[in-house]
Structure formats: structure tokens, C-alpha cells
Ligand binder design. Structure first.
Ligand SMILES: Cc1cc2nc3c(=O)[nH]c(=O)nc-3n(C[C@H](O)[C@H](O)[C@H](O)COP(=O)(O)OP(=O)(O)OC[C@H]3O[C@@H](n4cnc5c(N)ncnc54)[C@H](O)[C@@H]3O)c2cc1C
Length: 461
């Protein structure tokens, strides 16, 4: 139990309206977007400025209160599930100011609670481009994106969040202010702590301010959709496009089950008879866009696409990308429980991975809809089940264990973008080994000796 004296100190710093103790309030922060057991925090804190953020972290440390930072709670790995005892959830939603958009030096400074899509829109209004676009961008925060190193649809050409983080300020577990990186294009001053913090899932420090790189927007885009009557033909096309050294900004895959679910969800005009679709976009200089679009169409035809449809205007382009963004909500309607995975393989191994997923579906008699960032080797096999059906859910868990074995066997990784959190920490040793986990724990111990920051996540402990 957190003592009344400590609660009074939090209220002193934040005002009682920003210290939530009611059961209803606390329940709202007991879960996130992952399928892991809920834990109700004892206290929910909402700092309204960065100075107060530091103060509450210090107070948590002095009282050894486990602290879970929460942006919008959209992570898919249980990263914002509070700790079991005396758990405190710290909200960043009031730290939501864009501090600077610098159009001369092409960077922006933001507080961690800024919503990703709102930031991208503000940047676009100033004639610049912030490419990372996770599917959750309308809700997710930039702090959450950095802590998960979020990807998105444009990862193939533009990279992921880490490629845009120039610097940051954060508080360590003692509430000590730490600065790493800079507003300059180059910076090799001190250890590269910035890279350590990106993807650290709230276990090493709490971001206070983030400096993000901005780039000029592409002059032209061409979206297209290629229809295949066999999954193998589509997945081999992905490998072939990459092997031909063409880098589309987006190269997405949808299997038949996903196509039919999307069409059922919103009549988008997708061909439900197709066994697979590739949604592709190239961007850049108009001449280059035209040339690359031609080359891609030729590859699709060579690999047996039955139809290729080029978006003729913005409306058609938006329709294609809306269909992709509908994939998860559409699949989620099929069954009461959805488990979205993101095992990732080298891109040339996409055909084997897709085959492996289809074999799992047959072997365990489970419905799996597969879609995702095929160009990044990052598929999202989505297991559809009903958690109340214990026998079926046990088969889902066994299939997921095997999914990771297949991905690692192909030279892949446990997570391309959703992080480890609690959902995948049991698999970590399979990929990185005991030694790496021990070293990671030493780093955690030196930054957070009392183990208050999001304990139990990623590396356990
Ligand atoms: C429908 C849907 C689509 C999605 N699509 C994608 C996608 O395309 N690509 C992708 O990568 N992910 C995707 N995700 C996952 C998720 O949206 C991302 O992981 C996102 O980055 C989480 O942001 P958030 O603000 O919700 O963070 P939260 O879920 O609140 O937190 C995530 C982690 O960040 C930590 N954290 C948050 N703020 C801070 C801070 N200030 N300092 C330190 N640590 C902090 C938390 O402790 C936690 O460990 C999707 C999720 C959903 C539900």
C-alpha cells in the first residue's frame, strides 16, 4: 500500500486532480492493446509539466514505487501493464506541446505526449515531412513511438522511428536529468545513449523532450495494387522487387482471409477471389516515380499477377491505403479474441514465412489472417480465437511458440516493431542468449538501481 503521507506529497506536487485514486480511474489504466493479464495500479499520476515529471519520478524512487510510464497504451506487448505491487502509472498525455518546428535546420522538439499524426500534420503544414506512420498514429504518442522504436507503412524506404531521433532529454530512475544527441546533423559527443534509449520500453528512463529529424516531402507518389491467384506468387514478387534494387516507400501484403474481412468491413472494392494482394507505393521525383512504377508492374506481371491497378488520383490512392489500415479492425471482428504478432524475417525469406504461417493454421486448426509490411520482412499473422475456449487458446499459444521458432530458424527476429514487453519476454533468450540478457540487466541496474522503472518488462527481473 502507498502510504497516505506519500499520496499527499504527490498531491502537493501535481494537485489532487492529477493524482487518481478511484477504482474506476485506476481500472482504465490496467490494460493496454496486448492480450496479457490486467493489473490495476494503485495510483495514476498525471504531471502537467516537465519539472513536475522529474519531481514525481524522484518521489517514486525514494519510496521504491514501481513506475510504468504510459503514452496512449496502444502498444501490443503489454508494455504499459502496471507492476503487481504498489504500481504507479504515470501518464504523459498532458506533456503534449510541440516546442519548436525549425524549418531552417529541419528538426522539431516535442514533449513525449504529442500525438504522432497531429505532429505529422503540423509538420506537413510547414512544408516538411515526418515519415514514421504506425497504424496507430491517430492515437499513439511520440514518446511511446520512441520507447517502442515504432515502424509503419513507410519503413521500407524511410526507416523507422530511430532514424528520426536526433536527440533527447530524459529522467533516469532517480529523476536525474540526462541529455543525449543534439539538434545538429552530426553529433559524436559522449556515449550514444540515445540509441540505448530508443526501444527501451520505459525500463531505463522517462523521456522529457525529444528532438526529431524532418525531411522535405516527396514531390510525387504512385500507389498501385497487384492481384495474385496464389500466395507464393505474391510473396515471391516481394523478394523479386527487392532483389531488383527498387525501393518502394511501401510494400504491403494481404492474404485472402484478410482481403475478405476488409471487404466485409467496408466495401472497398477489393477482389475477394484473390489469394493475395500487394499494395505498393513509390515516391520521389516524378520521372523516377514513373520509371519505378513501370518496373514494378513488369515484375508483378512476370510473377503472374492477374491484375494490376494504378491509383489514378488521390481518392483512389486513399482507398488503397484505407483498405490496408482496415486490416486489423476488420480481422478483429471475426472472433472475440485477436492476437496480432510481428515476427520478422530477412526479406528474401518472406515466401517461406508465409508458407510456415499457413502450415501452422492447418496444423493447429486456427484461423490466421496475415497482412503486413512484406517489404520489411515484417508480417502480422493475426490469430483469431476465443480466449474462453481453453482448448483452442492452448493451440493458439502452441502455434505462436512455433511461429517464433520458424522466424528465428529463417534468420529472423521476435519483433520487428511491437517490442517485447511482457508478452514476448519468455522468448528473449531464444534469440539473444543468456549473456546478452545478463549484460542488459547490468545496464538496467546502473540506471535504475531500485528497479522502479517498468519492472519485469523486456528482460524480466
Ligand atoms: C491498431 C494498432 C496499429 C498499430 N500499428 C503499429 C505499426 O504500424 N507499427 C508499430 O510499430 N506499432 C504499431 N502499433 C503498436 C503501438 O501503437 C506502438 O508501439 C506505439 O509506439 C505505442 O505508442 P503509445 O503512445 O500508445 O505508447 P504506450 O503503449 O503507452 O507505451 C509503449 C511503451 O513506451 C513506454 N513509454 C511511453 N511513453 C514514454 C516516455 N515518455 N518515456 C519512456 N517510455 C515511455 C511505455 O512504458 C511502454 O513500455 C499498433 C497498435 C495498434 C493498437
Amino acid at each position: 500500500m502507498i502510504s497516505p503521507a506519500v499520496i499527499a506529497e504527490f498531491e502537493n506536487i501535481l494537485g489532487s486532480q492529477n493524482v487518481m485514486r478511484d477504482e474506476t480511474d485506476r481500472h482504465a489504466y490496467s490494460y493496454d492493446s496486448a492480450l496479457v493479464e490486467q493489473v490495476v495500479p494503485e495510483l495514476v499520476l498525471r504531471p502537467t509539466d516537465r519539472e513536475r515529471l522529474g519531481k514525481v519520478i524522484r518521489l517514486c524512487n525514494e519510496n521504491r514505487l514501481p513506475l510504468t510510464v504510459r503514452g496512449s497504451g496502444t502498444n501490443l506487448s503489454g508494455g504499459t501493464i502496471p507492476s503487481r505491487e504498489n504500481g504507479v502509472v504515470l501518464l504523459t498525455n498532458a506533456l503534449n506541446r510541440i516546442l519548436e518546428i525549425n524549418t531552417e535546420d529541419l528538426y522539431a522538439r516535442v514533449e513525449p505526449g504529442v500525438i504522432t499524426a497531429q505532429f505529422a500534420a503540423k509538420v506537413a503544414a510547414r512544408g516538411l515531412f515526418y515519415p514514421p506512420d504506425p497504424g496507430s498514429q491517430a492515437v499513439s504518442t511520440l514518446g511511446g513511438n520512441v520507447a517502442e522504436n515504432a515502424g509503419g507503412l513507410r519503413g521500407l524506404k524511410y526507416g523507422v522511428t530511430e532514424n528520426y531521433v536526433m536527440g533527447m532529454e530524459f529522467f533516469d530512475a532517480q529523476g536525474e536529468w540526462i541529455k543525449t544527441g543534439s539538434k545538429t546533423v552530426k553529433c559524436v559527443t559522449g556515449f550514444n545513449l540515445k540509441s540505448l534509449m530508443i526501444g527501451s520500453e520505459g525500463i531505463l528512463g522517462v523521456f522529457k523532450e525529444i528532438t526529431l529529424k524532418l525531411i522535405p516531402p516527396p514531390q510525387a507518389q504512385q500507389a498501385m495494387l497487384a492481384v495474385f491467384d496464389a500466395v507464393d506468387k505474391a510473396s515471391e514478387t516481394v523478394s523479386e522487387i527487392i532483389a531488383e534494387k527498387i525501393v518502394p516507400c511501401t510494400l504491403e501484403f494481404l492474404d485472402n482471409f484478410t482481403i475478405c474481412s476488409v471487404e466485409d468491413f467496408r466495401k472497398a472494392g477489393l477482389p475477394t477471389e484473390a489469394q493475395a494482394l500487394l499494395l505498393i507505393e513509390v515516391d520521389g521525383h516524378p520521372a523516377q516515380v514513373a520509371e519505378e512504377a513501370e518496373k514494378i508492374q513488369a515484375i508483378c506481371r512476370k510473377k503472374g499477377a492477374t491484375r494490376i491497378q494504378k491509383a489514378r488520383d488521390t481518392e483512389e490512392r486513399d482507398k488503397i491505403w484505407q483498405a490496408r489500415r482496415d486490416a486489423l479492425p476488420a480481422l478483429s471482428r471475426q472472433k472475440p479474441t485477436t492476437v496480432l504478432e510481428d515476427a520478422t524475417v530477412p526479406r528474401s525469406k518472406i515466401p517461406q514465412m508465409v508458407r510456415g504461417i499457413n502450415d501452422l493454421s492447418k496444423k493447429y486448426n486456427i484461423e490466421i489472417g496475415t497482412f503486413g509490411h512484406a517489404g520489411d520482412g515484417n508480417l502480422h499473422p493475426t490469430f483469431l480465437t476465443d480466449r474462453r475456449d481453453k482448448a483452442e487458446f492452448a493451440r493458439v499459444e502452441a502455434a505462436i511458440d512455433e511461429l517464433f521458432e520458424i522466424a528465428l530458424g529463417l534468420g529472423g527476429t521476435l519483433s520487428g516493431e511491437h517490442g517485447i514487453g511482457v508478452a514476448k519476454s519468455k522468448y528473449l533468450e531464444m534469440e539473444i542468449g543468456k549473456g546478452t540478457i545478463a549484460l542488459s540487466r547490468k545496464i538496467k541496474q546502473s540506471l535504475d538501481p531500485e528497479n522502479i522503472l517498468n519492472p519485469g518488462k523486456v528482460i524480466g527481473g
